[in-house]
Design a protein around this ligand. Sequence first.
Ligand SMILES: Cc1ncc(COP(=O)(O)O)c(C=O)c1O
Length: 476
Amino acid sequence: MDWKPDRKAKKAIYKQLAEYIENGIADGSFPTDKPLPSERYLATELQINRSTVVAAYDELESNGLIKRKRGSGTTISKDIWGITKKRIPSWRRYIESGSFLPNLPVVQRIRKEMVEHKLINLASGELSEDLFPIDSLREIISTRSFNGSLGYDHPQGNEILRNTITKHVQRYRRIETNPSSILITSGAQQALHLVVQCLLKPGDAVALEEPSYSYSLPIFKSAGLRPFYLPVNKDGIDPDDLLSLHKKHRIRMIFLNPIFQNPTGTLLHIDRRKKILELSSEHGIPVIEDDPYSLTSYTGEETPTLKSMDTHGNVLYISSLSKIVASGLRIGWIIGPKPVIERLSDAKQLVDFGHASFTQWIANDFLESDIFDSHIINLVKQLEKRRNQIVTSLRSYLKNKVDFHLPQGGIHLWCKLNKNINEVLLLEESIKRGVIYVPGSTMGLNKGFIRFTFARENEANINEGIKRFADAFNSI
Ligand SMILES: Cc1ncc(COP(=O)(O)O)c(C=O)c1O
C-alpha cells in the first residue's frame, strides 16, 4: 500500500483514512465490485490500531458509502451516486480493456521489487553507474556552449547527430548510409514499437527468436500480430525453420538480434546470416536487425551486421547507446530506406514531437569525442571481468546443477537449470535472500532457464548474488 497516514498532521488518523478510502472509491483504486480491505489488514499495513480503522469505516458507513456485513466483509454501497464527490468511472474496466497490453505480471513484479527493495540486481538489462562515462558526459555538459535551437527539431532527429551516426555506423558497424535514412528514437525500444505500429497490420504473421527479448514484449500482441517462434541454438536461428514457418504462415517480417543475443549471448553464424538474407530477398520478407550489443565483443573480433551485408535494402537496422554509453540518455536510431524512415518519423512526431534536443547533443559530442574509443575498450574489459566472475561463481556454488553457453560479448548469461524446479518458488526464495534475476519463461517457451545480467553489479556483488541464488536453489 503506497499511502500512509501523516502522524504529525492535526487531522485525526481515522479521518485521514476515511478520506483516503473515499477518494480511492471515487478514482476507482478501490473498485466497486470488490470488497474493501479488511480491518485487520489495514491495521497491520498502516501500523495503526484496529479501532482507528473501525472508526474510519464507521464514518464511511454513516455517510452511506460502504456496507458492512458480518462474515462477508466491507463492500462499497451499490447506490453511491451523489454521495461521493465525483462520479466514478470503472477505472479497472478501462485499465483492463485498453488495446495496449501491459507487461507480463512477473516482469511487473520484478520491477516493483527492484524499486522497493535493495536487492542484488542480476535482472536489469543495463550497465551499472560506474560503467557510464560520467566524467566525459559531465565535461561535455559543462564546457559546450549550447547554441542550438530549443524549438521542435527536425522530425527525424537532430541533423548533426544523424551525420555523426552516419559516420559512427560506417566505422563501427560497416554500414553505409546517410543522414536522411536515419531516424533518432527513444532507445531501440521505440524503434521496435514504431516498426510494429506503422509497418504491420492486425493478423500479420511475424517471426521472433525464441528465447528473445522480443518474446518478452507485449507490443506484438497489442498490435494484433501473430507471432511465430524460431528456436535459437548456439549459432542462432536456423534459416530452414524460417523457410518452413514462411511456407505455413506467410511471414510478413522477421525480428532478429543477431549479435550477442539477449538473452542467450549467441552470435548468428555467418552462413546462417547469408542464408537469411537470401531468403529475405527471395521471398520479400523484411528483416528487423536489433543490434544494441555489437560493440561489446570481448575478443575484439568483429561480427558483420546483417545490414552491412544487405545489398538489396531488405534490412531495417536498429541500435542504441543504452548498452554502450548510458541507458538514461534514451538515444536509439533506426536506419532504412528513406520512405520507410519518413513514415516512421511522421508517426514519432504524432507520439512525442521528436527527440529531446539536450540528450541528442550530449550523445553527438560523446560519439564525436576522442574518449569514445577508450571508453568502449574499458567498458568491454569490465564486462568481460564480470562475465568471468559470474561463470566462476556459478561453477563454484552450483557446479553441475546448471549449464550455460559462454557469451563472448554482451551483458547476459542464459543459464539452464539441471533440475525440475518451480520457477515461481525459486524467484520468491531468491528475492527473500536479496537477489533478483529474470525467469526464463518471460523470454521463451522452454522451462528451466534463468537470465542473469552481469553488467549491473560489480564482481563482489555478482559473487554474492550467485551465492544467494544457489542457496535459494538448494532450499527447494
Ligand atoms: C535486444 C534488445 N533490443 C532492444 C532493447 C531496448 O533497449 P533501449 O530502448 O534502451 O535501447 C533491449 C534492452 O534490453 C534489448 O536487449
